[in-house]
Design a protein. Structure first.
Length: 149
Protein backbone atom coordinates (compact mmCIF):
# COMPACT_ATOMS: atom_id res chain seq x y z
CA UNK A 1 0.00 0.00 0.00
CA UNK A 2 1.25 3.51 -0.85
CA UNK A 3 2.27 5.82 1.96
CA UNK A 4 -0.14 8.59 2.94
CA UNK A 5 0.45 12.33 2.82
CA UNK A 6 0.49 13.95 6.26
CA UNK A 7 -1.06 17.40 6.69
CA UNK A 8 -0.36 18.81 10.15
CA UNK A 9 -1.85 21.97 11.58
CA UNK A 10 -0.67 23.98 14.57
CA UNK A 11 -2.35 25.99 17.29
CA UNK A 12 -5.61 27.87 16.86
CA UNK A 13 -6.29 26.50 13.39
CA UNK A 14 -9.20 24.59 14.93
CA UNK A 15 -10.83 28.04 15.18
CA UNK A 16 -10.74 28.74 11.44
CA UNK A 17 -13.96 30.19 10.13
CA UNK A 18 -14.52 32.25 13.27
CA UNK A 19 -10.98 33.40 14.10
CA UNK A 20 -10.03 36.69 12.45
CA UNK A 21 -11.85 36.02 9.16
CA UNK A 22 -10.40 39.24 7.74
CA UNK A 23 -6.98 37.55 7.89
CA UNK A 24 -7.73 33.82 7.65
CA UNK A 25 -10.97 33.78 5.67
CA UNK A 26 -14.26 32.07 6.42
CA UNK A 27 -13.26 28.50 5.56
CA UNK A 28 -13.23 26.07 8.47
CA UNK A 29 -10.60 23.45 9.22
CA UNK A 30 -13.08 20.85 7.92
CA UNK A 31 -13.19 22.81 4.63
CA UNK A 32 -9.39 22.75 4.52
CA UNK A 33 -9.33 19.00 5.13
CA UNK A 34 -11.88 18.37 2.37
CA UNK A 35 -9.88 20.51 -0.07
CA UNK A 36 -6.65 18.64 0.78
CA UNK A 37 -8.34 15.28 0.31
CA UNK A 38 -9.80 16.35 -3.06
CA UNK A 39 -6.44 17.63 -4.27
CA UNK A 40 -4.63 14.48 -3.11
CA UNK A 41 -6.89 12.30 -5.25
CA UNK A 42 -6.16 8.65 -4.61
CA UNK A 43 -3.42 9.39 -2.05
CA UNK A 44 -4.64 8.97 1.52
CA UNK A 45 -4.37 12.11 3.64
CA UNK A 46 -3.65 11.93 7.37
CA UNK A 47 -4.99 15.30 8.51
CA UNK A 48 -4.41 16.47 12.09
CA UNK A 49 -4.48 19.60 14.22
CA UNK A 50 -3.12 20.26 17.69
CA UNK A 51 -2.66 23.20 20.00
CA UNK A 52 0.18 21.28 21.72
CA UNK A 53 3.76 21.52 20.51
CA UNK A 54 4.77 18.09 21.81
CA UNK A 55 1.90 16.39 20.02
CA UNK A 56 2.92 18.08 16.76
CA UNK A 57 6.48 16.86 17.29
CA UNK A 58 5.23 13.30 17.83
CA UNK A 59 3.27 13.50 14.57
CA UNK A 60 6.23 14.97 12.69
CA UNK A 61 8.36 12.06 13.86
CA UNK A 62 5.59 9.62 12.91
CA UNK A 63 5.39 11.16 9.43
CA UNK A 64 9.07 10.37 8.92
CA UNK A 65 8.27 6.69 9.35
CA UNK A 66 4.86 6.50 7.67
CA UNK A 67 4.33 9.34 5.17
CA UNK A 68 5.40 9.99 1.60
CA UNK A 69 5.56 13.74 2.35
CA UNK A 70 4.51 16.33 4.93
CA UNK A 71 2.51 19.53 4.56
CA UNK A 72 2.71 21.58 7.74
CA UNK A 73 1.05 24.79 8.83
CA UNK A 74 2.88 25.38 12.10
CA UNK A 75 0.78 28.49 12.83
CA UNK A 76 2.24 30.49 15.73
CA UNK A 77 4.80 27.78 16.52
CA UNK A 78 6.49 28.55 13.21
CA UNK A 79 7.76 31.78 14.73
CA UNK A 80 8.81 30.37 18.10
CA UNK A 81 9.67 26.68 18.02
CA UNK A 82 13.21 25.45 17.61
CA UNK A 83 11.84 22.07 18.74
CA UNK A 84 9.64 21.84 15.62
CA UNK A 85 12.64 22.73 13.46
CA UNK A 86 14.73 20.04 15.13
CA UNK A 87 12.00 17.44 14.56
CA UNK A 88 11.56 18.45 10.92
CA UNK A 89 15.29 18.20 10.30
CA UNK A 90 15.15 14.50 11.14
CA UNK A 91 12.90 13.81 8.14
CA UNK A 92 14.04 12.58 4.74
CA UNK A 93 10.66 13.17 3.03
CA UNK A 94 9.54 16.37 1.26
CA UNK A 95 8.25 19.05 3.65
CA UNK A 96 6.01 21.86 2.42
CA UNK A 97 5.39 24.73 4.82
CA UNK A 98 1.93 26.22 4.33
CA UNK A 99 0.22 29.39 5.56
CA UNK A 100 -3.22 30.81 4.84
CA UNK A 101 -1.97 34.39 5.15
CA UNK A 102 1.32 35.85 3.95
CA UNK A 103 3.57 36.10 7.02
CA UNK A 104 6.04 38.30 5.14
CA UNK A 105 3.36 40.98 4.84
CA UNK A 106 2.34 40.86 8.49
CA UNK A 107 3.89 41.87 11.83
CA UNK A 108 7.68 41.78 12.03
CA UNK A 109 7.71 38.85 14.46
CA UNK A 110 5.72 36.73 11.96
CA UNK A 111 8.29 37.35 9.23
CA UNK A 112 10.74 34.89 10.78
CA UNK A 113 9.99 31.19 10.42
CA UNK A 114 11.84 28.53 12.37
CA UNK A 115 10.24 25.92 10.08
CA UNK A 116 11.42 27.33 6.74
CA UNK A 117 15.04 26.16 7.02
CA UNK A 118 13.80 22.55 7.09
CA UNK A 119 11.13 22.98 4.39
CA UNK A 120 11.57 21.91 0.81
CA UNK A 121 9.28 24.79 -0.15
CA UNK A 122 6.74 27.29 1.18
CA UNK A 123 3.24 28.23 0.02
CA UNK A 124 1.58 31.22 1.67
CA UNK A 125 -0.92 33.99 1.23
CA UNK A 126 -3.61 32.25 -0.82
CA UNK A 127 -6.06 31.23 1.91
CA UNK A 128 -7.50 27.75 1.41
CA UNK A 129 -5.76 27.58 -1.97
CA UNK A 130 -2.41 27.59 -0.11
CA UNK A 131 -3.22 24.13 1.18
CA UNK A 132 -4.28 22.87 -2.24
CA UNK A 133 -1.06 24.15 -3.79
CA UNK A 134 1.00 22.70 -0.92
CA UNK A 135 -0.59 19.26 -1.37
CA UNK A 136 0.02 19.40 -5.11
CA UNK A 137 3.64 20.47 -4.60
CA UNK A 138 4.28 17.75 -2.01
CA UNK A 139 2.88 15.05 -4.28
CA UNK A 140 4.86 16.35 -7.25
CA UNK A 141 8.01 16.21 -5.13
CA UNK A 142 7.21 12.61 -4.20
CA UNK A 143 6.62 11.81 -7.89
CA UNK A 144 9.95 13.40 -8.82
CA UNK A 145 11.77 11.42 -6.16
CA UNK A 146 10.17 8.11 -7.16
CA UNK A 147 10.85 8.71 -10.87
CA UNK A 148 14.58 9.08 -10.06
CA UNK A 149 14.68 5.71 -8.28
Amino acid sequence: MAKPLYVLNGPNLNRLGSREPDIYGSDTLADVQAACERRAGSVQVVFRQSNHEGELIDWIQESGDKACALVINPAGYGHTSVALLDALRTLSIPIVECHLSNPAAREEFRQVSFVSPAATGIVSGFGLTSYELAVEAALRLVGSASSKS
